[in-house]
Design a protein around this ligand. Structure first.
Ligand code: PMP
Length: 422
């Protein structure tokens, strides 16, 4: 496997020369929060398999739902056809917003395409509603919204996106909510929408926004006729403590993009939710239609997994169990910070935590020391899989993790820090 991988596979981000021992870890099995490698070693999935897994691996309810669907049909076209799982899922997703304001669901394949859809819908909506001059977008410094060209145009992480900037559409990056004050009227009049990850930015080393910021942003958007696009790809499905992060500030966006956890982390599926009035601008003939359709849109297997995942949320009272787990994780990380002078900051929002490492003087480590990456490699030897964003180690385990496993996860991280830095 390793030889074949090295011969032919091109992995995202990972450079083969940076792998531990020069070889990739081959993962072959999962069970709850645990993953097993090809040598039979077990690890806590501290990264929820790239922030996707919610109820653990091989969950019987989700497994059975997928098998049941498989015995009916694995995939059918959604262009001009419907399928029962997608119809039911769309209704249940909208039902998660009891006010009824988000009533239309557009399915796609992953987080990037969920955002891509929202941007293209926004641009076309403006053209079809007499505001074609609104062509610009606002996003936030260091934001990440996916890798397709539209989503990449929004991206604020220069190492990922700078080289593509000239091919994208105009995006102005704000430092924070205060950045809105500096915009002049002409620029506001050209703005179609603001895009933000609500409550916490994941890829920006777990940057937690100030309380109330989302509501302020919604009010600003309403005052200026600007739409609000929420990227809940990472934050959605319980990750921050509520089903969607925006619900903590009682904000309803104009577009809500979700993916990752939608199937419980089982397969690629995404959804862009929007309002009826926006949908209606795309009705009335071929020239108003939204020409965007993936081969696997509304894949019945993905929709079956997503429905089962929502069932598990109810059966296992996933959200009700969270506050205690969130508190325990926070307490353990705070205690760890007191013991370890290299932990500069612990940032947490629900079951999203970032542990930032710096030199004891408070100075960041030189980039070339790859401290975050080295700690994650060391933690692996203690039974934890996770990944860093620069020198911030990110912990985002499946939400089903229990208190014993939370303690084990934190111990493994601390051992990894101590192996690397002492
Ligand atoms: N938005 C956010 C906030 C994300 O964290 C990610 C993935 N890390 C994406 C969009 C893109 O999702 P995907 O990788 O599924 O395309």
């Amino acid at each position: 496997w390793v030889a074949a991988d090295k011969a032919h596979c091109w992995h995202p981000f990972t450079r083969q020369d940076q792998w531990c021992d020069g070889d990739p870890l081959v993962l072959v099995e999962g069970d709850g929060v645990w993953l097993t490698d090809s040598e039979g070693r077990r690890y806590i999935d501290g990264n929820a398999s790239i922030w996707t897994n919610i109820h653990g691996h091989r969950h019987p309810v989700i497994n059975e739902a997928i098998v049941r669907q498989l015995e009916q049909v694995a995939h059918t076209s959604y262009l001009g056809f419907a399928n029962p799982r997608a119809s039911e899922l769309a209704g249940r997703l909208c039902g998660l917003f009891p006010s009824g304001e988000l009533s239309r669901v557009f399915f796609s394949d992953d987080g990037s395409t969920a955002v891509e859809c929202a941007i293209k819908m926004e641009i076309q909506f403006r053209m079809q509603t007499g505001a074609p001059e609104r062509t610009e977008f606002l996003a936030f410094d260091q934001c990440y919204h996916g890798d397709t060209m539209g989503a990449a145009s929004l991206g604020g992480v220069s190492s990922f996106f700078e080289r593509f900037r000239q091919f994208g559409f105009p995006v102005h990056h704000l430092q924070g909510i205060e950045g809105l004050e500096a915009l002049d009227e002409a620029q506001i009049a050209r703005t179609a929408a603001v895009v933000i990850e609500p409550l916490v930015q994941g890829v920006n080393q777990i940057h937690v926004w100030p309380n109330g910021m989302l509501r302020q942003l919604r009010e600003w958007c309403d005052r200026h006729g600007v739409h609000l696009i929420l990227d809940e790809v990472m934050t959605g499905f319980g990750r921050t403590g509520s089903m969607f992060a925006c619900q903590q500030e009682e904000v309803i966006p104009d577009f809500l993009c979700c993916a990752k956890g939608i199937t419980g982390g089982y397969m690629p599926l995404a959804a862009t939710l929007t309002r009826e009035a926006i949908y209606e601008a795309f009705l009335g003939g071929a020239e108003r239609a939204f020409y965007y359709g993936h081969s696997y849109t509304a894949n019945p297997l993905g929709c079956a997994a997503a429905l089962a995942s929502l069932d598990v949320f109810e059966q296992e009272q996933t959200l009700a169990q969270l506050p205690e787990k969130v508190r325990l994780l926070g307490d353990l990380l705070t205690e760890m910070q007191q013991r370890c002078s290299n932990i500069h900051a612990v940032r947490q929002c629900g079951m999203v935590a970032g542990v930032e490492l710096r030199q004891a003087s408070g100075e960041p480590f030189p980039y070339t020391r790859r401290v975050g990456a080295n700690i994650c490699e060391a933690a692996r030897e203690h039974g934890l899989l996770t990944r860093p964003v620069l020198d911030t180690v990110v912990l985002m385990p499946p939400l089903c993790i229990d208190s014993e496993e939370i303690k084990q996860m934190c111990l493994a991280l601390e051992a990894g820090i101590s192996d690397t830095l002492s």
